[in-house]
Structure formats: structure tokens, C-alpha cells
Design a binder for this molecule. Structure first.
Ligand SMILES: [Zn+2]
Ligand SMILES: [Zn+2]
Length: 338
């Protein structure tokens, strides 16, 4: 089979790789129906994360089950399945508490931009849909496997409540999905921070009521202006830079909450500032598995359409162009079809 491998920053290749096989009885192998390039794939691509040795890429996927190990009983060959980037047994204490992305048997997926993928912990990770969903809902289901699940978690972690005010920092796919989540969870006012026209439009379509184009001190001041001078109830930080975290912390009101889901890169939180801010902080890799059944249902019933974040669709063998388009911000997110 073929798949994407990163060799060095800026050097992703689509090349021949070994067919995945069942290694553990808890594994499944799926045939990829759709996968994509993630904003977080751009960190190593841009050289902001080291690439010590060539390794496969991709952690978002929907597919058809090809083969299952002897201990996998909830999915069977032929079924259409959605998973997430962190695998989980869904039986350990952390999973039962709803923190599947801290599963004691967790493995992070990183081989999904490929024709076939081995899924560890398949029993607890994969959720099968009724029948095979049509092509229209496919992008939405793919979004659920990471960006929509992560945006949802950001809103939950920021404790978005009906009638509340939410700020979304970051206009990438996760931030845009965070707007959807904030709306679904009942936020009355959703302030999206974005300066890119197509992304602003999508944010408004997804439910943003206000757009802030300013950044840094000006961005913080603008949010304060829009929130009676005190800041927002909930802030979703969906970038992972020091600037975005500062923006998030200073946009929340005393007693407000920040959900941070951008993988932090050189982010440091000042203890004194946090102490006196009265702001609650919760972040981390989203326990997407907790939300999968609900989010799959919302997509299949047409209640939400996070698939709109994919503004570029390419055949899988053009994955390199997908990286380029996202790196150059010509695309929000590239969907890849084997
Ligand atoms: Zn991702
Ligand atoms: Zn577990």
C-alpha cells in the first residue's frame, strides 16, 4: 500500500509502505475511506517540531473494517467506522471517567494518511455507523474524528453554558468547530477571532455573532469592549502559541474558564497572573471517544455540518499538495481520498 511519510521539514513523500497487519488481538485493520491533513501536522512540516527520522503521518480517519483481531467484538469486517487520534480500550479507570485520551493503554495514531491503517485498541476506539453513510455526510464524520471532537472538548472544558458568552481564539478547523460546539452548547454570544475573510465567513455561518480581527493587546482590548469590560465566560484556545494563550487568559472574566486544545509550543503560564485572574484552565488532547456517538448522530441527522471546514479535496496520492496548500494558508483543511 501507499502512504505519506515525512522525511524532514518541508519534505513529505507519498511512498510505498508495508501493509498493516493485526499485531495484537485487540487490533483492527481498516481500509481508509477518507483522511486529511491536520493543522498539527504542520508543526513538523514547518520545522517547529524536530523530525529525527522518517515517519508516517496522519491521525484522522474514517474507513471500512477489513479485519479484526480475536478480542475485537463490537465492530466487524464490512462496517463503516469512525475513530479518533488517541486509541483507548474504553474499560480502564481513566476511560470510565470519560478521559479516553488518557487511557492506560492509549496509543496515538500517526499512520492514517494511507490506503490501510492498523487501529490498536479497536474494540474501545472505533464506533460503527448504521449502514454506510452517504458521500455528503462523509466530510462531517471525518471532522468528528479530530477537529470537531477537539472543538467540542474545548467548549466543554471552557464550560460553555446556555446564555453564556464565548470567545474562540484561532480560526483553523478546530477553532471553527469550536464555534459550532459553543453554539450547540447554547452560547448566546460567540466572538470569533479571525482576520481571514473565508474563515470569518464560515465562523459566522457556524454561529459566530461577533468577529474580532485585532490581535495581541488590541485583540484583548476589543474582547473586553464587547463584554462590558470584564471578559467572557468561556474562552476556547485553539492554536497553541504563547500569543494565543495570552489572548485566551486575558479574554476570560474573573471566574471564567479557558479550554485549551492547541498543542502548546513554547507556552508558559505566569503563576502570579493566573492566581490573580480567577480564571479556570483545562486543556489537553481531547477525549474524542467520549463525544463520538453524540457527534456522529449530530452529523448524520444534519444538525451540524463540520465537514465544511474541508475546502480542498484531493486524491490521497496528492497528499503533498495538501500540506503545501495548508502551509501557505490557501486551504483551511485538505480532505484526502484514497
Ligand atoms: Zn488532527
Ligand atoms: Zn482506557
Amino acid at each position: 500500500m501507499r502512504g505519506a511519510v515525512i522525511h524532514a521539514p518541508g519534505d513529505v513523500r507519498f511512498e510505498e509502505r508495508d501493509d498493516p497487519k493485526i499485531i495484537h488481538p485487540t487490533d483492527a485493520v481498516i481500509r481508509t475511506v477518507a483522511t486529511c491533513v491536520c493543522g498539527s501536522d504542520l508543526w513538523p512540516y514547518r520545522g517547529l517540531e524536530p523530525v529525527d527520522a522518517p515517519h508516517p503521518m496522519g491521525h484522522e480517519y474514517v474507513g471500512i473494517v477489513e479485519e479484526v483481531g480475536s478480542e475485537v467484538r463490537n465492530v466487524r469486517p464490512g462496517q463503516f467506522v469512525v475513530g479518533s487520534f488517541a486509541t483507548s480500550d474504553n474499560t480502564c479507570a481513566n476511560c470510565l471517567n470519560g478521559w479516553q485520551s488518557s487511557c492506560l493503554h492509549r496509543e496515538f495514531m500517526s499512520t492514517c494518511q494511507a490506503d490501510y491503517v492498523r487501529i490498536p485498541n479497536a474494540h474501545g476506539t472505533l464506533v460503527a455507523t448504521d449502514g454506510h453513510p452517504d458521500g455528503e455526510s462523509m466530510p462531517g464524520l471525518l471532522a468528528v474524528s479530530d477537529v470537531m471532537g477537539t472543538g467540542w472538548y474545548a467548549a466543554v472544558a471552557a464550560e460553555v453554558k446556555p446564555g453564556s458568552t464565548a470567545v474562540v481564539v484561532g480560526d483553523g478547523a478546530v477553532g471553527l468547530c469550536g464555534v459550532i460546539a459553543a453554539k450547540e452548547l447554547g452560547a448566546e454570544r460567540i466572538i470569533a477571532m479571525s482576520r481571514h475573510e473565508p474563515r470569518r465567513k464560515l465562523a459566522v455561518e457556524f454561529g459566530a455573532t461577533d468577529i474580532v480581527t485585532e490581535r495581541g493587546e488590541e485583540g484583548i482590548a476589543r474582547v473586553k469592549e464587547l463584554t462590558d469590560g470584564i471578559g467572557a465566560d468561556s474562552v476556547l484556545e485553539c492554536v497553541g502559541t504563547a500569543e494565543a494563550m495570552r489572548q485566551a487568559l486575558r479574554s476570560a472574566r474573573p471566574g471564567g474558564n479557558v479550554g485549551f486544545v492547541g498543542v502548546p509550543h513554547e507556552v508558559a503560564v505566569d503563576g502570579q497572573e493566573l492566581f490573580f485572574s480567577h480564571v479556570g484552565l483545562r486543556g489537553g488532547p481531547a477525549p474524542v471517544r467520549r463525544f463520538l456517538p453524540d457527534l456522529i448522530d449530530r452529523v448524520l441527522t444534519g444538525r451540524i455540518n463540520p465537514g465544511k471546514v474541508f475546502d480542498l479535496t484531493l486524491p490521497l496520492d496528492q497528499v503533498v499538495e495538501g500540506y503545501k496548500a495548508m502551509d501557505e494558508r490557501r486551504a483551511i483543511k485538505a480532505l484526502l481520498k484514497p
